[in-house]
Each structure stands twice: as C-alpha cells, then as structure tokens.
Design a protein around this ligand. Sequence first.
Ligand SMILES: C[S@@+](CC[C@H](N)C(=O)[O-])C[C@H]1O[C@@H](n2cnc3c(N)ncnc32)[C@H](O)[C@@H]1O
Length: 377
Amino acid sequence: MLIKNLFPRLDTQAAKELDEFGRVLRKAAPLKGKHFEVLHKNVRALSDSLTSDREGLRKDYMTDARFLGAYLYYFLPWNLYRLSRLFTGIEPYVNNGGVIIDLGSGPLTVPLALWISMPKMRERTLTFICVDRASKVMSEGRRLFDTLTGGTSKWRIVTVKGSLGMQLREKADLVVAANTLNELNWTGRDSEQMQGKVAHSLAKYLKKDGRLLLVEPGLRQAGRNLAVMRAELMDLGLMPLAPCPHDGYCPMHGQGTDARWCHFNFGVEGAPRWLTDLTHRARLTKSGLSLSFVYLTTAEVSYVGSVRAVSEVFKIPQGRGQYACSSRGLTLLEYPQRGPALFPGQSLPPEWPEQSRTDLKSGAVILPVTAKLTKGK
Ligand SMILES: C[S@@+](CC[C@H](N)C(=O)[O-])C[C@H]1O[C@@H](n2cnc3c(N)ncnc32)[C@H](O)[C@@H]1O
C-alpha cells in the first residue's frame, strides 16, 4: 500500500461534524461564565507554555481547570482537524473486533478524530485502550465522545491511568501516540538509551501485522525525535508506510544546524468558524498548520519507488523547487516557472533523468517535473 495524498481536504460531512463539535463542547464540557470570558487569555497562556516555555509547564497541566478548558476548546479541536486530515489521507482502518491503543490520549482526541473522519469505522465493534497519566482529562473526553456519538456507539472505550511503557494485557492492531512523545524528557545523558527504550515499549504493544502511528507538532525537535524513533523501530523490524516512500535512511532527520526535518504544512480550509474566531481572539494566527508523523507496520511493505513532496514550493534560479523524499535520499523537485506543483505530502511516480544532477546547496538529487500533474495524484 502506498499513500498518495497525505492531507486531503475534509469532506463536507467531516467539516460539518467538526463545526458541530462546538455545540458538543458546550454541552459536555461547559465553561463557567468567568472561564468562558477569559478563555482566549488562557488559550494564549497555554500556547506559550506548550511552545516556548515547556520547562515551566507543570507535568499535571491537564488537571488545572484553566488549562484544561483551554485545551478542550482550542488545542483539542485543532488536533481533531489536523488528525482528521491525516486520517483521511492514510486511512488507518481497523477491522471488526480490533483493538486500538491510544497513548497520551488526553481528552480521547484519537477516538474522536477517527469517529469524525472515518465514518466507515463507526459500525465496527472496536476496543480503544486510552492511556494517560491524567485521568480527569480522559473523563472529559469520554463525556465528549458520548455526546458526539449520542451514546450509542459500538466502540468500547477503556481508560487507563498510567504511563507510556506500562504493561497492558491486550495487544493492538493500531497503536497511536499523538502529541505525546514531545512531553517525554529527551534531554540528558541517557537520552539515546531512552529512545531505544521508548521504541521497545511501543513495539511491544503491537499484534502481529500491527501498525504504529506517531504524530507530533511540525517543530524541528519533534521531527528529529521522530527520525530517531523511526530508525530505532526499524531496527526492531518495523517498516514505514508513510510518509516515507522507502525503507532507507531518513534524509530529513533534522540533525545539525542546516539539516531539513520532515514535516508538512497545510491550510485550514473547512476549519470551524468558531475555532478560527477563538484563535483570532487569542491573538494566535493560524493561516496554516504543520505536523510531523511516522506510520509504521510490522508487516512487509513493498515500495514502488515514488517520490513524496515534503516542503512547500520556493523559487530557484531555474524556476521553482520543492524538497521531496525518495529512495535516492533528499530530492529537489524542479518545476518550470509556472504551472501546477505538488502539495506537501503528495507523491508522484518519478521519471528519473538518465544523467543524474545534484543541487550544490542542499546536496539533493534533482528530479525535473515536466509531466502534466493531474488532480488526485
Ligand atoms: C499534548 S497532550 C495530547 C493529547 C492528545 N493525544 C491530543 O493529541 O490532543 C499530551 C498528553 O500526554 C499525556 N502524557 C504526557 N506524558 C505521558 C506519559 N509518559 N504517559 C502517559 N501520558 C502522558 C499528558 O497528560 C497529556 O494528556
């Protein structure tokens, strides 16, 4: 299986459900008058803490009423939007009777996003094992899930207060950790050992032919960590399904000062108006979103040699360029001055030139894109 378009726009139904999630929030997690009035300020404060002041962020920030409200009304819906676009692209289906483990589940963001973006899964009997060190936020999530689904869902949701790495009785068809790995402390002398340990713990949760999805913010440090995790997990026998179109060395690993890191930017088309309004009131601009992720499997994967566009398009002397990834390593797509180009995350089957050329600035192998790009590729 190779994934062509990683972040398709939400369809009308999913966009509508995300819009209605505002009503779900007000019903299942109403904010007291005072908290509602200062919501935008709390969003701003939590955003500063999560991005630039992580050191000062208390471990139990999810249990602080101000931050919990800000998380539920702002970070949760934006994560639902981000994950819904990713899920629409990678389609992480789980069969009837399957088990999904969600690590660092918070307000059950992953089950909520799967419900919103993958309606075909709704009729399946699934078990979700949601693990978080803060139980209160998972209880809020359960109320949100019951309100969203009308309380009649076939999905069984088990919440477990505990830490990533804890023993779980069941193994999973799909393990997800979304916006969680960046909460672990990766610094210090034992960091390499710790990366290996985390990879082992994650792999242990998987059934035979199980899949593992790690999603992180599109920041350099997160991209770096994911590249390391990818390598560690591949040493344990897993193979990447996406975004990597190959199982070789990651050429966008983010190490060193100039190294590019693998992350994807995309727009906010179809995001709910109430959410963009709140974003504006919190003086946070969101003209685009960004994430890094890696999706791996313990099954065999056959790669067809495609090339995945990663960066946005930029000007180069010959026309326009775009960094991409292929089995030949870092790749520079070279487009003419005008005409269509790939969106970050889209892939194409390459027509490699007979004579290979290398970009002097980046060391990337150059792939001229002359073929007509058709929609949907
Ligand atoms: C940023 S939130 C992400 C929540 C949710 N996955 C999402 O994408 O919206 C990170 C969550 O991970 C939890 N967490 C952090 N470190 C953890 C650990 N070592 N074990 C379990 N949960 C952890 C936090 O309590 C928090 O709920």
